[in-house]
Design a protein around this ligand. Sequence first.
Ligand code: AMP
Length: 127
Amino acid sequence: MAYAYDDQNIFAKILRGEIPNDTVAESDHSLAFRDIAPMAPDHVLVIPKGAYVTYDHFAAEASDAEIVDFNRMIAKVVDILGVGPGADGEGYRLISNAGRSGVQEVPHLHVHILGGRVLGRMVQPAD
Ligand code: AMP
């Protein structure tokens, strides 16, 4: 499958340092920063530094080092936020929206980490 990446998306601009972000953690291949419009008391986005549009794009084409780094960054952010239920936190939710049905606004892979309140059911029932 061919994945078309638009390097003018807002997260690409953050990665190039063209616009600011509220960084939580950074590693060789990943960046974690607070969502500008938080939907929960804790709302952090984790993105790879590479040009990947969606999770499936990343899973299909990223290097092993990038994939390990990205997943370790998710674990690190959960630890920083203190939301891991195994670490006496109250829990959290991971979301990665893709494409039109997923209502993805920014076409650079990102995982939302949400916590700090009970988040309700995962999706709304269909009409
Ligand atoms: P999605 O619908 O999964 O593509 O979500 C994109 C997310 O990016 C939304 O939650 C936005 O609030 C967030 N967002 C957009 N611009 C910025 C920005 N400059 N800094 C941090 N978060 C942003």
